[in-house]
Design a protein around this ligand. Structure first.
Ligand code: NAI
Length: 300
């Protein structure tokens, strides 16, 4: 995708941080931007700032976990712009740090519900409309470098982001043939409001949490993220990836060595296994045959 002017862009988590950076960058390029967020006041403040920049913006309050509300939102978006979206940014996300052995169902339901469920809901609701819209499009989901490996203190978050990475890899295998590009963004540390993420936790999932609420810890996190990448700079990397039709958006080069060491440790596990090479070759042949036959079935 090379042209952005006039396109309808939907950005979840658009009231703050990474999503707000995306709203500025793609709004400045002439997109008509719907920012989606659960926080009404923050939404209105963000919309005001965007309007002052000359951006055509539509703030829309929505909890990304709510599928019924998503369907209504999709109608609102099309009514507001008179067109289906052709850009979808699944950016809303939450985090919690705490001992995994004390994690509650509510901890899992909240983090997985927003970080993974929100991505699923956004795509399942809007993708049919994007496809029916008749133009090319692009979907970007925000995962995290944390999605590449387990974490002792942010385990649920890491699992949710691993799921986002994997799901987007699958969409990238199918959607480009239908005119929809796919990218996954994996940030490391971004200047945002995510240190205050626990404030977004809904009351019905608030009991029995394992997440650390100690003010000193929150302050430590606030300082960590204050030293992160500027969200506008990050959104520029996303723009470049869309223009180049690139799947992986990994602009945090300081994480490269750690990622390589992690993948090397996975590959090293092969060296520990002694297996029959003929049996392995036979299994691989059977698999290739299965793939070829199922592709023929699909196309018939
Ligand atoms: P942020 O807290 O500044 O922005 C997230 C926005 O999502 C907030 O405005 C919040 O109200 C909204 N949100 C939360 N739950 C929601 C829900 N259920 N429905 C609708 N909106 C909801 O945080 P940030 O950093 O901008 O986060 C954006 C994305 O970037 C998240 O997916 C996060 O996991 C990811 N990320 C951020 C990193 C960082 O260092 N800040 C690092 C890696 C990934």
């Amino acid at each position: 995708m090379q042209d952005f002017a006039g396109r309808v862009a939907v950005i979840t988590g658009g009231a703050s941080g990474v999503g707000f950076g995306q709203a500025q960058v793609f709004g400045d390029l002439g997109c008509r931007v719907t920012i989606v967020d659960m926080r009404e006041e923050a939404l209105q403040a963000a919309a005001e700032t965007l309007r002052a920049r000359g951006i055509d913006v539509h703030p829309l309050q929505l909890d990304v976990r709510d599928r019924v509300a998503w369907e209504r939102a999709a109608d609102d978006i099309e009514a507001r712009w008179g067109a289906a979206p052709s850009l979808l940014f699944n950016t809303a996300g939450v985090n919690g740090f705490g001992p995994l052995e004390e994690a509650s169902y509510a901890d899992f339901d909240w983090i997985m519900g927003v970080n993974f469920g929100g991505v699923v809901n956004g795509i399942v609701t809007l993708l049919p409309r994007m496809l029916a819209g008749g133009t090319d499009g692009h979907i970007v989901s925000v995962a995290s470098m944390g999605g590449f490996q387990g974490s002792p203190s942010a385990a649920i978050y890491a699992a949710s982001k691993a799921a986002v990475i994997n799901l987007m890899e699958s969409y990238a295998l199918t959607l480009p043939a239908q005119g929809i590009g796919v990218s996954v963004l994996c940030p490391a540390s971004v200047r945002s409001d995510i240190a205050h993420t626990l404030d977004r936790r809904p009351a019905e999932l608030a009991s029995g949490s394992s997440f650390i609420t100690d003010e000193r810890f929150i302050e430590l996190q606030r300082r960590l993220y204050a030293g992160g990448m500027d969200p506008v700079e990050l959104a520029e990397h996303v723009r470049e990836a869309i223009v180049a039709d690139r799947f992986w958006v990994l602009p945090f080069t300081e994480t490269r060595d750690g990622l390589r060491a992690h993948f090397d440790s996975i590959l090293a596990a092969y060296d520990d296994c002694v297996t029959d090479p003929d049996a392995a070759a036979e299994r691989a042949r059977t698999f290739d045959e299965y793939r070829a036959q199922s592709a023929r079935l699909r196309d018939s």
